[in-house]
Write a protein that binds this ligand. Structure first.
Ligand code: G4P
Length: 535
């Protein structure tokens, strides 16, 4: 195996998905600690607060002390080169969060053991499931009172439509948490908490060892024996092929905060995931080991430095090796170019890089030429990656410039920001030129939009909240068919036909019920949950 192949083979690129507060940051931090990328716990979390002082990112980030964008971290662990894609959760949930998942080859889903499947997990899971990428579940906070583990697994299966396979099984929870039973090695990893330190010690003991009953207590022991029997009898078989295709999720129980079960999870996870996955470009499949460099843009971060109005385009390297010296071909711009100032994030730090391999994420200075989904490839072998889907916004406003004289700046600004992918914009047949319907995945983007229009385009906004929460794309079999008119459809009062600026037709809905109503009453109308991509 050449050194080039070895470099690609050791790469693992995954996203961590969860509902806020399930423990994603804590788990990420523990991973980074193992990889030596950070020296002490608290550095990743601390960053949330200290970033305000150190970065010159958007003012809004400073004001709120949060990150508006998703970040990527690279670290080394036992020979693997790991890229973690963070999917921001709290107020800063945005379409970027979804798009980041397009760059991942697998996902780690963190579940709070007391809460089970929560709203945001469900949304992020759906996006991973649509690409059939492997999903590994970490059921966190076992050191607290939790729900019944059987019930949790059942909920995962029922709510998310994926089979589960418990790799280990918890013994008790909260104050009574005694550790986990490792099903593969038939060993119990015993948990001893240190009351003041946020770290547990783990010792291993054979499940058949008579000392086990003494260690965890007679009741817990007999319960464990029963549960093992139940598990072995009732659960489906472990099937690696099904894991690789996202049909079966290996489930691990642990506690990120006390660092219990994190390292075994990381090791098993790395063993089970694969080297970078191929990506489709029409009828062609681009494999990570293809000699020629290729990448696609999945995120554009504007305003990294306000003084220069510059942008960073984040791209996922799909094949080959990126060499800062070599020219690449930008398909959508039909131009050869040299990517300038490529950067990579190493835990908390940014650094300029000279080379990157398939699986890596690089951030490239963008003078305004890239769009989400753009392809970069070798000048000698041109192709275009399948587009990144557009995800449905969930919050909508009608906006216009308070000062009617500033209509031009307003439209320019709104279109520019929409092109970067932070917002989506729509119009109705009755919308005048001066008014736009804007849709966002997370409400923070409304603030970002308002702030940017004010600071960059000198436009003050008039905003009006709209009651819609769902958006569906109208699918037309015949691409040349006449656009639908409102009169052609039977729509309730709380649904509205709109158009995006590329001419796609969409319907806004206020409720799930309304979607169902429209689907039932308009025979032949096909609605899609995602826009613009084939799977
Ligand atoms: P997130 O990124 O998914 O939003 O979650 P984060 O890691 O920030 O964790 C949310 C809260 O849950 C934090 O507490 C964190 O310490 C706690 N936590 C994470 N993992 C575990 C665990 O395994 N056991 C227990 N008991 N708690 C856990 P916080 O009070 O909000 O923050 P902090 O004061 O601890 O920093």
């Amino acid at each position: 195996m050449s050194q080039y192949e070895a470099e690609i083979k050791r790469r693992r690129t995954f996203a961590i998905i969860s509902h806020p507060d399930a423990g994603k940051t804590t788990l990420t931090e523990k991973f980074l600690l193992y990889g030596g990328a950070i020296a002490q716990a608290g550095q990743v979390k601390g960053k949330k607060n200290t970033r305000a002082a150190t970065s010159d990112w958007m003012e809004i980030e400073k004001q709120r002390g949060i990150s508006v964008t998703s970040s990527v971290m690279q670290f080394q662990y036992e020979g693997f080169c790991i890229n973690i894609l963070d999917t921001p959760g709290h107020q800063d949930f945005s379409e970027d969060t979804y798009r980041t998942l397009m760059a991942a080859d697998s996902a780690v889903m963190v579940i709070d053991a007391a809460k089970g499947v929560e709203a945001q997990t469900r949304k992020l899971f759906k996006v991973c499931a649509m690409r059939d990428i492997p999903i590994f579940t970490f059921v966190n906070k076992m050191d607290r009172e939790t729900r019944d583990p059987f019930e949790l697994c059942e909920e995962l299966e029922k709510e998310l439509g994926i089979d589960t396979y418990a790799m280990n099984w918890p013994i008790g929870c909260g104050k009574e948490f005694k550790g986990v039973y490792d099903r593969q090695n038939r060993k119990v990893i015993h948990f001893t908490s240190n009351t003041n330190a946020k770290a547990a010690t783990a010792t291993q003991i054979e499940v058949d060892d008579p000392a086990l009953a003494e260690l965890i207590g007679q009741t817990k022991h007999s319960q464990l024996v029963d549960e093992i029997e139940l598990l072995d009898g009732a659960s489906c078989d472990f099937d690696m092929e099904r894991v690789r295709h996202g049909k079966l999720s290996p489930v691990f129980f642990g506690s990120a905060l006390t660092n219990f079960g994190v390292e075994p999870f990381l090791e098993e996870f790395l063993r089970m995931t694969t080297a970078p996955l191929p990506r489709k470009a029409g009828d062609t499949v681009i494999d990570c080991f293809d000699e020629d460099f290729s990448a696609f843009v999945f995120k554009i971060q504007a305003n990294m430095n306000k003084a220069h109005r510059d942008r960073i385009a984040f791209m996922r390297v799909v094949s080959g090796r990126f060499d800062a010296e070599k020219e690449v071909y930008h398909m959508q711009g039909s131009k050869k170019l040299r990517l300038s100032r490529p950067q990579q994030l190493m835990a908390a730090e940014r650094e300029i890089i000279e080379e990157a391999y398939a699986g890596d994420i690089i951030g490239v200075f963008d003078p305004g030429i890239f769009s989400i989904g753009d392809t970069l490839c070798a000048p000698s072998k041109k192709f275009t990656f399948d587009p990144i889907p557009t995800f449905a916004p969930e919050h909508f406003q009608r906006i216009r410039s308070i000062d009617t004289m500033k209509r031009k700046q307003f439209l320019k600004g709104v279109e520019q920001i929409a092109q970067e992918g932070a917002i989506q914009i729509f119009k109705t047949p009755y919308t005048g030129m001066e008014e736009v319907i804007v849709g966002v995945v997370g409400t923070l983007q409304f603030d970002v939009l308002e702030y940017r229009l004010r600071s960059e385009y000198n436009v003050e906004l008039y905003k009006e909240g709209l009651p819609y929460e769902y958006l569906r794309w109208v699918v037309r079999e015949d691409e040349n068919a006449e656009p639908l008119k409102e009169e052609d459809l039977l729509l309730p009062n709380d649904a509205k036909l709109v158009e995006d600026y590329k001419g796609n037709q969409l319907i806004l809905f206020a409720s799930q019920w309304s979607i169902q109503w429209v689907t039932e009453r308009n025979k032949g109308l096909v609605l899609a949950e995602f826009g613009g991509a084939k799977f």
